[in-house]
Design a protein around this ligand. Structure first.
Ligand SMILES: [Zn+2]
Ligand SMILES: [Zn+2]
Length: 293
């Protein structure tokens, strides 16, 4: 009982630290903390249970047990691919289920923040199971490697989800499918490097470094694509600039808008495809295919 309490405490502490890092990106219109925690915990638990059940079915069908000291490389490939694609798809389904009608999702970064919170919840439940099985010491390495792994796999399709929700044209759904597949492959590569328990595990370091770099880039990009700042208002230093300025005159940050277009009457940010401006009610030329979608 004491071990379970310690496992739950350590795992929530580790997830909480990463949630604090994630929330630093969601600074323009922060999501309510209670909603974020609820989405992460419920989405993480449900997706971890469903994905774990499906993983178990496949692994027992293939006769794989992870207590064997070494898995041969080739037989690690199928379980890694299945676990990666399965776990990322389950997390996406849970995120869609919990956020598709959520009115708080009102700027492009939000779907990515919720996706990564579900991944954090998923990793937290996995950490509890690992600590019960292998002892509390595994939390250190898992907090430094596995949790950022789960966060950055979800960042790949979380970005796809953001573009699908706030984009226009059929290409946005294609992007979501491609990014879920990429998230699954990245996750599979991570598992594949670790399953055989040999020196090949060192490859997770460059893999994670690349994924963290990409997630940081995607989040930084989406911070600036928000309707909660005026056109030309800098997302980093909040200096006002002319509406069509490309870079902030005070800090040099990019002000380019790739998701919203500007209302020709009042410079409000409007989604392509809108018939009327939400602010001045002026008529907008209908654009179905946004050049960047
Ligand atoms: Zn600035
Ligand atoms: Zn307007």
């Amino acid at each position: 009982m004491e071990q379970l309490a310690l496992a739950i405490f350590a795992s929530l502490l580790s997830a909480g630290a990463w949630l604090w890092v994630l929330r630093r990106f969601d600074r323009i219109e922060p999501e309510p903390l209670g909603l974020l925690l609820r989405t992460g915990l419920v989405g993480g638990l449900v997706s971890a249970l469903v994905a774990g059940f499906l993983n178990d079915r496949l692994f027992s069908w293939l006769g794989i047990t992870f207590d064997a000291p070494v898995l041969p490389w080739v037989s690690a490939l199928v379980p890694a691919l299945f676990a990666g694609l399965n776990e990322e798809s389950c997390k996406l389904m849970a995120t869609l289920w919990l956020t598709h009608r959520q009115p708080e999702v009102d700027e492009p970064i939000d779907p990515m923040i919720y996706a990564m919170s579900v991944a954090l919840g998923f990793a937290a439940f996995e950490n509890i199971l690992y600590m019960i099985h292998y002892g509390p010491g595994v939390i250190v390495l898992r907090s430094l490697l596995t949790v950022p792994g789960h966060l950055t796999f979800a960042a790949l399709w979380g970005y796809g989800l953001a573009r699908a929700r706030f984009g226009s044209g059929p290409g946005r759904y294609r992007l979501l499918i491609v990014t879920v597949f990429l998230g699954g492959i990245a996750h599979a590569a991570y598992d594949f490097f670790l399953f055989p328990r040999t020196w090949i595990a060192l490859f997770v370091i460059p893999l994670l470094a690349g994924l963290v770099w990409l997630a940081n880039r995607r989040l930084t990009f989406l911070v600036g694509q928000t309707p909660h700042l005026e056109a030309g208002e800098c997302p980093d230093c909040f200096a006002p600039n002319l509406p069509d300025t490309s870079h902030c005159r005070q800090c040099g940050s990019s002000l380019a808008q790739h998701i919203y277009t500007l209302c020709p009457h009042c410079n409000a940010k409007v989604l392509p495809g809108s018939l009327n401006c939400h602010r001045c009610k002026g008529e907008l030329a209908r654009v179905f295919d946004h050049p960047f979608s």
